[in-house]
Design a protein around this ligand. Structure first.
Ligand code: ZN
Ligand code: ZN
Length: 247
């Protein structure tokens, strides 16, 4: 069903087009601001319905505002995503073929790792084996900073992860492409890269770091929710309330 958009919806959409991705507190503020600016009815608990109206209009253009969780802080984010292209080719207007090949290799490294990260050294090494056109070290470094700036990757101390925006936008592609390697978080059932893994070989469930923090909070002896084995990892602190708009 297509419902008409008002000026408040248009204002919200324009901000989403300018930012690409906003965290939930930011989206709530934007929702309120958009409604108040245009004297539209504002219900603070109706953000998802407000977005559904916009999505019903975006559908014919193969666009959607989609919600997903940040693996860094556990916050929900809203991203404006392109649904027409289902793979990395959606980036082809901004990146050359060999740059996309390197991005795919980086994804392979990240998905194939236990920690959901790829080191800059490993990425630089894989740049030597590009089929399309080799990239020099300086070109690779420049490309990596562009991928971070465009919010496809995140970087922390030389380790690269898939950004929240990338996970929200590419999730269908990643699930198809890496079927056997991809696992979901036992707690939130979203796709999981940066996470803790149960060490019992027959179990091996994954839980996102922020989900670990919430699940084990206040439990004296952490045990795996599936096999009941001792959970040997360090339990991170709950950081849910920290807002990090540019992930
Ligand atoms: Zn989770
Ligand atoms: Zn287990």
């Amino acid at each position: 069903m297509t419902r008409p958009m008002g000026d408040s919806h248009r204002r919200f959409l324009q901000a989403m087009m300018a930012n690409g991705i906003v965290d939930e507190p930011g989206a709530k503020t934007l929702h309120q601001h958009s409604c108040e600016t245009h004297n539209a009815h504002y219900a603070h608990d109706r953000l998802d319905e407000f977005i559904e109206v916009i999505n019903s209009q975006l559908q014919p253009m193969f666009m959607q505002i989609r919600k997903g969780m940040s693996e860094d802080n556990g916050l929900q984010y809203y991203a404006l995503v392109n649904m027409a292209e289902t793979d990395v080719t959606r980036m082809s207007s901004d990146y050359a073929d060999n740059e996309l090949e390197l991005f795919r290799k980086t994804m392979d490294l990240i998905v194939g790792s236990e920690t959901g990260t790829a080191s800059s050294t490993d990425i630089l090494n894989s740049a030597d084996s590009l089929q399309t056109k080799k990239l020099k070290k300086s070109e690779t470094e420049h490309l990596l900073s562009r991928l971070v700036l465009d919010r496809w990757l995140s970087e922390k101390r030389g380790d690269y992860t898939l950004s929240t925006r990338c996970i929200i936008e590419m999730e269908p592609y990643i699930r198809t492409m890496y079927q056997d390697q991809v696992k979901v978080c036992h707690i939130c059932h979203n796709i999981a890269f940066q996470c803790q893994i149960c060490e019992k070989p027959t179990c091996g469930i994954k839980i996102h770091n922020p989900c670990v923090a919430i699940y084990f909070k206040g439990r004296s002896e952490p045990r795996c929710p599936v096999c009941d084995d001792f959970w040997p990892h360090e339990i991170p602190e709950v950081r849910r309330l920290q807002s990090q708009p540019r992930r």
